[in-house]
Design a protein around this ligand. Structure first.
Ligand SMILES: Nc1ncnc2c1ncn2[C@@H]1O[C@H](COP(=O)(O)OP(=O)(O)OP(=O)(O)O)[C@@H](O)[C@H]1O
Ligand SMILES: [Mg+2]
Length: 434
């Protein structure tokens, strides 16, 4: 048996050699685990040709003794050269075919090939093995835009940008898709929402088409619904699904005590998002804009900020800037016509129906032991949001733990619902008395 360290190094050697040889192969074909170490922040690319040495191997896999890792059955791997002085490492001249042939015969190799588009290209397209598809491997490999390094290289560049960039970065939270925890398959969506999701995906994937036919006003979406119905989760999950970064802006973060500064911040944060092309720009607390429009505003400064925001939205385009704009709000009533007009899609986030509540509970309980009648709980939780249901489950898990149990029983959840009802009852009375 060959150790997986050995296979790591030989897979790397093959990947580098094939990537260097084949013009068609691009940076997104390199598996993310390999790309990470080879990434060049300045050019935001992996240089061709790839040059390997001991340090690269050590940084990539944590392998200290490369010489030893390159031994097969106690003998140095026949098709590689490791220069003891320089530490440089490569396949022996003209031995790609033999090395690839050897690699293919190893136990773990098939999984590795199917997850490595560069190798899949070699075995599938060049060696013409019919059961290996480059396209399939490529579609599974996250693109460079999904990686932390991608975001970090842009941030680095912005920080070097004499002062400006560094300030801009304080105005938003930026996350790489690979860091996003929320995922679409944990969200229970209505048919309408699924439909909207499809439209958003189509718009992103057909940017060129929209450009060609002169339709620039797509890619601005407004999420409307009460707190806890999944708006933020949807936007983040979308980042993961589309493999593009998410730039999260809270309007409370960019409002400054000096109102003129607020307007400037708005322009800055849009400029920031455009640097991350392609990305999702998620503007939370969008109602701020509506509340402010009606607010008592003697100096007209708030109105100025709102106008700046509307103008910034107008000047941002998915087709031209690669920014998919998503704004979220709790209130529909507060938004006036001028605001509505700017969005081409409105997605409703309603309180979940009975059936959805059951599905949400099933999803949340997926990894928790216990045989629960979720339909019964769903029936008792009318008007609960997804976030409320999460709270109920958390409460139930805690009370089971008090009882020294990791599993849940029906009564844990029933009790949690009763206590939730009591609490929201209290909240209501407190509110009325106020
Ligand atoms: N439809 C749903 N399916 C599954 N989980 C949901 C759903 N709706 C909400 N949740 C869960 O509830 C929690 C809160 O959701 P989220 O923060 O996305 O709500 P929100 O609409 O952004 O709320 P707010 O308006 O307060 O910002 C998340 O953990 C999410 O997983
Ligand atoms: Mg939210």
């Amino acid at each position: 048996m060959v150790s997986s360290e050995t296979l790591d190094v030989i897979e790397l050697l093959l990947t580098a050699e094939i990537y260097n040889d084949q013009n068609e192969l691009i940076v997104n074909d390199i598996p993310s685990k390999i790309r990470r170490t080879l990434w060049d922040a300045k050019t935001r690319n992996v240089a061709k040709p790839i040059k390997l040495n001991k340090t690269v191997v050590k940084n990539m896999f944590g392998i200290e003794d490369v010489e030893n890792a390159l031994k097969v059955n106690g003998k140095p791997f026949a098709y590689a050269v490791l220069d003891t002085y320089s530490g440089n490492l490569r396949l022996t001249e003209g031995s790609l075919e033999s090395a690839a042939d050897w690699f293919k015969r190893q136990d773990e190799s098939r999984d590795r090939i199917l997850e490595n588009p560069v190798l899949a290209y070699y075995y599938g397209n060049i060696a013409e093995e019919s059961d290996i598809s480059y396209e399939e491997a490529a579609s599974k490999n996250p693109p460079k835009e999904a990686s932390k390094e991608w975001i970090e290289s842009i941030i680095e560049e912005l920080s070097e940008d004499k002062g400006n960039g560094r300030e801009w970065l304080k105005l938003a939270y930026i996350k790489a898709p690979e860091e996003v925890r929320e995922s679409m398959d944990e969200l229970i969506l209505t048919e309408r929402q699924k439909n909207e999701l499809q439209k958003i995906e189509l718009a992103i994937n057909n940017k060129e088409h929209f450009k060609n036919i002169g339709l620039y006003d797509i890619g601005k979406v407004l999420f409307v619904g009460p707190p806890g119905t999944g708006k933020t989760s949807f936007a983040r999950a979308l980042s993961k699904k589309l493999s593009i970064p998410i730039v999260e802006v809270h309007l409370s973060m960019i409002t400054d005590q000096y109102l003129g500064e607020t307007s400037k911040n708005i322009d800055r944060v849009f400029a920031l998002a455009k640097k991350f092309d392609p990305c999702i720009m998620f503007i939370d607390e969008f109602d701020f804009i509506a509340t402010s429009r009606t607010a008592n505003d003697e100096h007209g400064a708030i109105k100025q900020a709102v106008n700046t925001l509307l103008k910034a939205i107008d000047n941002t385009s998915l087709v031209e800037d690669g920014v998919l704009l998503i704004a979220a709000t709790n209130h529909t009533k507060k938004l006036d016509e001028a605001v509505w007009r700017r969005f081409d899609e409105i997605v409703d986030f309603e309180r979940p129906t009975l059936e959805m509540r059951k599905d949400i509970l099933d999803t949340i309980l997926r990894r928790i032991e216990g045989n629960i009648d979720t339909e019964a709980i769903a029936k008792k939780t009318e008007d609960y949001t997804g976030s409320d249901l999460r709270m109920v489950v958390r409460e139930a898990v805690l009370s089971a733990l008090l009882d020294k149990r990791y599993n849940l029983v029906q009564e844990d959840l029933e009790k949690a619902v009763r206590s939730f009802d009591r609490r929201s009852g209290l909240k209501m009375t407190a509110f009325i008395e106020e």
